[in-house]
Design a protein around this ligand. Structure first.
Ligand SMILES: NC(=O)c1ccc[n+]([C@@H]2O[C@H](COP(=O)([O-])OP(=O)(O)OC[C@H]3O[C@@H](n4cnc5c(N)ncnc54)[C@H](O)[C@@H]3O)[C@@H](O)[C@H]2O)c1
Length: 261
């Protein structure tokens, strides 16, 4: 039994070096703020340099440690360079949040635009694969670490009009389980987070900003609302911390009861 210590301040990610992809977006930037608050040193990456630089500056201005590296996760060589940058900047890597993603458009399967299909596969499936391939060797060198892959409830249930996204997020849940087992004896934990609908630019873009559609979507969630990006980021921070030490190959819902109904 641990000794009882009351009111002892303890940061969740004290001293850890953490990489976040898609760090300029809604969930990525919010998770970066939570990681910084919890004592992590950050490598922030995004294909969008302006968005990524903005969150790096915000964290550094607030007294945190953060470096930005522009990378398209669909390109293996850019993911390798991103991880090399992490090692050069901080000498190690403890945590990776493979969060970059692309949702595409809503269209029935036979009409789905092929260019959007290709991009969804490239960013979500190839992107997560490329990140893992680049990160695992450095984590092995460091003798352990924690990875969280960004999936979605679309990684365990279907969604009409979103076949490529559903396929891609299912691939990420499968990849998470398989890679977790490959490295379970190497002190590397690999989990996935599965949000339902989160209040970021992504769902707004998908429905062209139509508030009525967003309100209807929220009404379909048992909690009656979208998740906040903070609620997703807090789950990711826990899964990346030593407090979830016996957790690997797991799929963690942040969906307000959506898939329980
Ligand atoms: N918002 C939701 O409702 C929701 C629900 C479930 C899962 N997700 C997933 O969460 C993740 C983040 O989504 P968000 O809501 O923050 O969206 P967002 O659009 O705000 O952020 C996505 C970020 O990913 C970056 N990105 C896109 N393509 C990239 C590439 N090829 N390489 C590197 N970076 C790239 C974008 O520049 C952007 O900064 C995505 O994987 C998404 O599928 C979102």
């Amino acid at each position: 039994m641990p000794d009882v210590k009351v009111n002892e301040p303890r940061l969740l990610l004290e001293g850890k070096v953490a990489l976040i992809t898609g760090a300029g977006g809604g969930i990525g930037s919010t998770t970066a703020r939570i990681f910084a608050r919890e004592g992590a040193r950050l490598i922030l990456s995004d294909v969008d340099r302006d968005l990524g630089e903005a969150i790096r500056k915000e964290i550094v201005d607030a007294g945190g440690e953060a470096s930005f590296f522009a990378a398209n996760v669909a390109k293996a060589e850019e993911c390798e360079a991103m991880v090399a940058h992490a090692e050069e900047s901080f000498g190690r890597l403890d945590i990776a949040f493979n969060n970059a993603g692309h949702i595409g458009v809503y269209q029935p399967f036979k009409d789905y635009p092929l260019s959007e299909y290709e991009r969804i596969i490239d960013v979500n499936i190839r992107g997560t694969w490329n990140c893992l391939r680049a990160e695992i060797p450095l984590l092995l060198k460091n003798r352990g670490g924690a990875i969280v892959n960004m999936s979605s409830t679309a990684g365990i249930v279907g969604s009409a009009g979103a076949a490529p996204y559903v396929m891609a997020k299912h691939a990420i849940t499968g990849l998470t389980k398989a890679v977790a087992l490959d490295y379970v004896k190497d002190n590397i934990r690999v989990n996935a987070v599965l949000p339902g609908a989160v209040d970021t630019a992504m769902p707004r873009r998908l429905v062209g900003g139509d508030e009525a559609i967003l309100a209807h979507a929220a009404s379909m969630i048992p909690q009656g609302r979208f998740a906040t990006a903070e609620e997703v980021g807090e789950m990711v921070a826990f899964l990346c911390s030593d407090r979830s030490g016996h957790t690997t190959g797991g799929l963690f819902l942040v969906d307000g009861g959506l898939t329980a109904a």
